[in-house]
Design a protein around this ligand. Structure first.
Ligand code: GLA
Length: 367
């Protein structure tokens, strides 16, 4: 069943995470680091093509409570997932079970690779970011873990280094050839602001969304989406192939006519989506700056149609959810995130009566 994703309270999450740590490890945590999930307003499947994205941090976070152990072991358990992660910092850190532990292994291994050694620690993870809903629970976990490493060592990563480290962790350890949007959105996390990110040179700026004018509604379709399942990687490969066929280093460099003239219809569809989606992000930013909500809505609608027809990452149930948002009065609506399920996002006038989906079940217990 579709559910509205409501905000969750960080203080409650932090308390729950400290309590969970105490129960699991029989002592107090020394620190808690948190990071938010993200949704993307527009600019989908453009990040790994060096294009533009416009994501924002959501008011749901992942927390990691931790304390140093005084030895070289890293031991991590989670309220929301089974299994126990345990590895030796001085041995080769390899992918393994449980699968969610690969984010921990990845962030720690990538920190060691840049000369930052957190020493052994125990950690407990808890989260209000629904897993598998396309809200980047993985980036939230990576960035929160990075915060643990920072607090344990006293080092501070700069924004780009932190996002890049987390992305490397996800690519090398979770095996997802993702772009950098999710990690950047989670690291930058600013209230009531979108992040306009140019994934070619990683320059970014914040774009304020005036809260009094419009509201964004995130609805979790309840359809599980799993980026590891191969379709995502296939899209990345197809884009690389399209760029090679055009003779550019990435689809960011392709002109629309070049995309249109690709001989292979599948590569043509993929390239056209990327080229037009980049333009739509810039249109959306102009529209926001001019309070032109119908143009923003139009760009969102076109983005969804393109993800459905050209990039082929939507599915009938998601299209139906987007149609439902339109029937409820959305100025624009689209699937957000990698695709094949996850969440839809709708743009509504600030005073609108929002559609009556059930609310997302709040705060999982740390039982
Ligand atoms: C996933 C990836 C991102 C991005 C989106 C699609 O969330 O992790 O890097 O490619 O899909 O826009």
């Amino acid at each position: 069943m579709a559910r509205v994703v409501t905000a969750a309270d960080t203080a409650t999450l932090e308390r729950r995470t400290r309590d969970g740590f105490r129960r699991r490890f029989g002592r107090d945590a020394l620190l808690v680091a948190t990071a938010p999930g993200r949704a993307n307003l527009i600019g989908e499947h453009t990040d790994y093509n060096e294009g533009f994205v416009l994501p924002f941090a959501i008011a749901r976070r992942t927390a990691v409570a931790a304390a140093a152990r005084g030895d070289r072991m890293v031991c991590v358990a989670s309220a929301g997932a089974a299994g126990f992660v345990s590895f030796d910092l001085d041995a080769l850190i390899q992918r393994g079970e449980p699968g969610w532990g690969d984010y921990v292994r990845g962030v720690v291994a990538e920190s060691l690779a840049v000369g930052i050694d957190p020493g052994g620690f125990d950690a407990w993870v808890d989260s209000d970011v629904p897993a598998g809903a396309g809200l980047s629970s993985s980036a939230a976990l990576e960035v929160a873990l990075c915060g643990v490493v920072e607090q344990l060592t006293g080092c501070t990563f700069d924004v780009l280094d932190k996002a890049r480290l987390c992305r490397r962790a996800e690519q090398a350890y979770a095996g997802v050839p993702c772009g950098i949007m999710d990690q950047m959105a989670s690291v930058l996390a600013a209230k009531d602001s979108l992040v306009l990110l140019d994934c070619r040179d990683l320059s970014w700026s914040l774009v304020a969304l005036p809260a009094g004018e419009v509201r964004l509604l995130l609805v979790d379709s309840g359809l599980p989406h799993d980026l590891g399942q191969g379709e995502f990687a296939r899209r990345v490969e197809q884009c690389e192939e399209a760029a090679r066929a055009i003779g550019v280093s990435s689809l960011r460099e392709a002109a629309r006519e070049q995309a249109v003239s690709l001989a292979d219809p599948l590569l043509r569809r993929r390239a056209l989506h990327v080229v037009d989606e980049n333009a739509r992000v810039l249109t959306a930013v102009d529209a926001i700056r001019m309070n032109d909500w119908s143009s923003l809505g139009r760009a969102m609608n076109e983005s969804h149609a393109s993800m459905r027809d050209l990039y082929e990452v939507s599915c009938p149930k998601m299209d139906e959810l987007v149609a439902e948002l339109h029937r409820a009065g959305a100025l624009g609506a689209r699937m957000t995130g990698g695709g094949f399920g996850g969440c839809a996002i709708g743009l509504f006038p600030a005073g609108a009566l929002l559609p009556d989906f059930a609310s997302c079940a709040d705060t999982p217990s740390d039982g």
